[in-house]
Design a protein around this ligand. Sequence first.
Ligand code: IPE
Ligand code: IPE
Ligand code: MG
Length: 229
Amino acid sequence: MTKTPLKNLAIIMDGNGRWAAQRGLARTKGHEQGAEIIRDVTRYCAKHPEIETVTFYAFSTENWKRPKLEVDFLMRLLDRYLQKELATYQENNVKFLAIGDMKAFSSKLQERIRKTEEATRHNTDLTHILALNYGGRAEITHAVNSLIAVGKEEVTEADISAALQTPYSDIDLLIRTSGEERVSNFLLWQLSYAEFYFTQTLWPDFTVEELDDIVTDFQNRNRRFGGLS
Ligand code: IPE
Ligand code: IPE
Ligand code: MG
């Protein structure tokens, strides 16, 4: 049997806080450890012959509801992460892209994001996307408004797909860690026909070995898209 092709992977990295609580640590320690895992997963995806994009949910439009101290920590962590990971992107021929509404971030962080995108834009083995202040509904609403702004009176599915922030319109596989089984406003349009994989593993405990097993599981699935196999 031929393997089901995997081009676009999305990951809801969940469980950082619970990982820290299990160890009697502050939630911030869970976020720090979680950031380390992103690097391993990125390397795996860059080397994988089929995967073209991997999109990580890093901060949702709903995450502003968290205590200011945690939000501020996540912003600083992101800045540090991008500073440190530029080398990983370059060494692995990875293009970095951010999606979401970055206007809410400090000008320093916005500049760091812009510079990382600029420095990696010619890399071709993988596009690594971070969803930052991202919400699926906000993205679709923004896409429709941008079409209205250019004079469209009626839109097609193809118009909306093209106006989204993601370079793809379909996710093949969505993984969510930590045992929660919901979408939490991630990539609503793009998940239309995605395969889902939920694992109990907390994000800071996630490994490329588990990812490889999940990819194998996916490759053996039969995607029918409403037709017959
Ligand atoms: C995911 O881990 C990271 C972010 C949402 C930023 P959580 O912080 O949601 O961890 P739990 O769900 O509280 O364990
Ligand atoms: C989803 O995780 C958002 C990110 C991973 C960035 P949350 O922990 O914020 O989602 P809920 O609250 O469980 O839906
Ligand atoms: Mg969570």
